[in-house]
Design a binder for this molecule. Sequence first.
Ligand code: ZN
Length: 138
Amino acid sequence: MEKYFPPKHKKDSYHCPHCNVYARQDWNELGHAAYIFIPYRGLESSKCEYCTKFSLWLDKVMIFPEKTLAPNPHEDLPIELIDDYLEAASIVTKSPRGAAAILRLILQKLMVHLGESGKDINKDIGSLVQKGLHPHVQ
Ligand SMILES: [Zn+2]
């Protein structure tokens, strides 16, 4: 299973926040080019080698594209569910109910990934508990 590598300051490669492809990033400190003067030292850009879109970083924190309050996807989340998770994360502050609906869909897909039917979440989770999942998770 492929892993998800979230954007990290000065990392050579990570999953791009624009295209979500694991790609090399070209880092540049802004404010040094002849055509631009920014009297602030902590502004940097990273450019995705795959989609060529920029991300902006201020004091080692990504400020563009807009960051969400949601945590990064868990490292065990199947890669095919990452896009759904990031979509939920991107709307959670504007539409918490919309994000919850997407998270429920992810849970349904996760049940199929774990060998359950994916048709009835309650039954599937109950089945997982019978197979050894801690009842607290239920
Ligand atoms: Zn990209």
